[in-house]
Write a protein that binds this ligand. Structure first.
Ligand SMILES: Nc1ncnc2c1ncn2[C@@H]1O[C@H](COP(=O)(O)OP(=O)(O)OP(=O)(O)O)[C@@H](O)[C@H]1O
Length: 575
């Protein structure tokens, strides 16, 4: 028997532990009684005490076992992924990056894609010609689709799907997912995770190059126009067919000067590097509205196969930091276009005035937060992108700050003038001269139709017209229309030359813009002779209108000068 004050711990197997040196009481050990609580804390004895509860011991054993299993599982997965990763190359591509579009279009055209069962259908063009993204079978009917007002469809891997195929004897697994944005500035983003079973990057490089090549081939003959969004990311806004340079009539030599200079620049990277000159080139095109500044930029972009990135300085929400990040995010070779560079600043660009002062001075409510120093910094600060060509246009050359115009920022300044007689004559010729294929005697509708059908380069809208016959009898709005170039006379080149001379003779030197002349000719699309006989009268009208506008402007200006004490400037044409 244990004496009073002795503490005995019992175990289910009948063993008991007491205070060392004490005898074990077999009678108490066998009885299912609640063990007495230790009087003083002792870890070993407390543990022994706890273990005396059989259920608790069972739980502890279970917890330890669970921990062992979980650790083993994690180690196993870790090792598995390590081994897996060592065999696979994993590539993460996010929407907004050009490679995302290359890859997506390439995947959607991959032969194994025909077997895919989770598909997203989209009419997004990805900046490509319509037929490049059309679904199989639709290519032949692209014109019909256009006539029906539908855009070609394409199949894309659906979100959340895993899709796999073999590429050059390498297993590829693709997952397309989407990450929802968490705030207004954190927009929803699509992504592709590509896993490729390969030891090195060779196959990956081949795949990306192939995708890029196919994408570029589908873009051939077009210029993609990019604009920035509120998150200061570049997005492809549209893709336009190249503008032929011969359709832009400038004074002799101007076009060649610009084109050759830009071409030479693109080929001179090493020359710039060797001399420590930043590899950037800026062109400032200035002059009256409608003289071809924007048109020549489009033409050069097409000729040099460059995309155009429009930097809109007056875009709401754009500040100096945003501008720098936009400029530094430009791709290696591209045209950055700042149209109406003076417009972002409502007053004369001036380094000595801060933006607030300027706005106050002019009473402008412009939302632009760009300061001149921010613009200068973006153009050639440390973060400025190398390799880009900058084109800036303005109608107010005199109002630009000299710092903005200095070489290094704007290397070449070219003035665009109102139309000369030479330009008027050439414009008339490009307008009415039949293209090389249609040269010669006037052709009838049937032969034109045949020619267009065979011409794979013919613009889509012309092909659409071919559907006229197919759509006759339907209620399609195009059914009743014959395009103007099939209605108008096809003049022999000699006659066009003669008419062009007569037309130019009536055009006053440097008074009218090319845009105005083009607008006039547009009203005589099918009547080249009338365009010549009516030009005299039209010029008189234009002069009267110009005089009226000038007198209104002068009135407003004098009113402003008389009554104004704010010092704001008039809106004079100071090119
Ligand atoms: N030199 C030109 N040759 C042929 N077309 C021209 C020429 N200049 C202007 N045009 C025609 O006039 C229209 C307007 O031209 P464009 O936008 O290039 O003028 P701009 O000088 O950029 O005008 P703005 O200063 O107002 O932006 C276009 O449709 C274009 O085809």
């Amino acid at each position: 028997m244990a004496s009073e004050g002795q503490h005995i711990l019992s175990f289910p197997n009948g063993a008991s532990a007491g205070i060392p040196g004490q005898a074990v009481n077999q009678t108490h050990a066998a009885a299912p009684t609640v063990p007495p609580i230790p009087a003083t804390f002792n870890l070993a004895s407390t543990l022994s005490f706890l273990f005396s509860f059989s259920a608790l011991r069972g739980w502890l054993e279970l917890a330890i076992l669970g921990a062992i299993f979980e650790t083993a599982r994690r180690v196993l997965f870790y090792v598995y992924y390590k081994i897996y990763d060592s065999f696979f190359i994993t590539v993460f591509i996010e929407d907004g990056d050009q490679s995302y579009d290359w890859l997506l279009v390439w995947i959607s055209k991959h032969p194994s894609w025909k077997k895919a069962r989770d598909i997203q259908i989209s009419d997004r063009s990805y900046g490509l010609r319509a037929e490049a993204t059309a679904i199989e079978g639709e290519e032949q009917d692209a014109a019909k689709a256009a006539a029906d007002g539908t855009r070609p469809l394409n199949y894309l891997p659906a979100f959340g799907t895993h899709f796999h195929f073999w590429y050059r004897r390498h297993w590829v697994r693709i997952h397309r997912g989407v990450k929802e944005g968490t705030s207004y500035y954190d927009r929803r983003k699509e992504y592709i995770v590509l896993r490729l079973l390969a030891w090195n990057h060779d196959v990956l490089n081949q795949m990306l190059l192939e995708a890029k090549k196919e994408y570029k081939a589908a873009q051939e003959g077009t210029v993609s126009i990019y604009v920035s969004n509120i998150q200061n990311e570049w997005n492809c806004m549209t893709t336009r067919p190249n503008r032929p340079l011969k359709s832009i009539v400038l004074e002799p030599g101007v076009q060649d000067l610009l084109l050759n200079d830009a071409r030479d620049f693109l080929l001179s990277k090493r020359w710039y590097a060797a001399r420590g000159i930043p590899f950037r080139r800026g062109y400032l095109l200035y002059g009256a509205p409608g003289t071809g500044k924007t048109s020549i930029i489009q033409g050069i972009a097409g000729e040099l196969d460059l995309d155009v990135y429009i930097v809109s300085l007056s875009r709401a929400g754009l500040d100096d930091n945003g501008l720098s990040s936009l400029i530094s995010d430009l791709p290696d070779k591209c045209i950055a276009l700042m149209e109406d560079i003076d417009a972002a600043f409502s007053n004369t660009l001036n380094r000595d005035e801060d933006d607030k002062t300027k706005r106050k001075k002019s009473g402008s409510s412009s939302t632009s937060k760009i300061s001149l120093s921010g613009l200068l910094n973006a153009l050639d600060g440390v973060g400025a992108q190398e390799g880009r060509i900058l084109f800036a246009t303005t109608n107010k050359y005199a109002s630009l700050d000299p710092a903005l115009c200095r070489p290094g920022r704007m290397d070449l300044h070219i003035e665009f003038h109102l139309a000369s007689k030479y330009q008027a004559r050439e414009l008339y010729k490009t307008f009415y001269l039949p293209d090389s294929k249609a040269n010669g005697p006037a052709s009838n509708f049937a032969s034109e139709k045949q020619k267009l059908a065979e011409d794979s380069d013919a613009p889509q809208d012309e092909k659409t017209a071919l559907l006229k016959e197919e759509t006759t009898g339907t209620n399609h709005p195009l059914a009743a229309i014959t395009p103007h170039h099939l209605r108008g006379p096809q003049l022999p080149a000699a006659e066009v030359e003669e008419l062009a001379g007569a037309f130019a003779a009536e055009i006053p030197e440097r008074e009218l813009s090319m845009a105005a002349l083009q607008g006039y000719l547009m009203t005589y699309k099918t009547r080249p002779h009338e365009a010549v006989t009516q030009i005299k009268e039209w010029v008189v009208k234009q002069r009267l209108e110009a005089a009226k506008t000038a007198s209104v402007k002068a009135e407003v200006k004098s009113e402003v000068e008389d009554g104004s004490n704010s010092g704001s400037e008039s809106d004079s044409d100071d090119y």
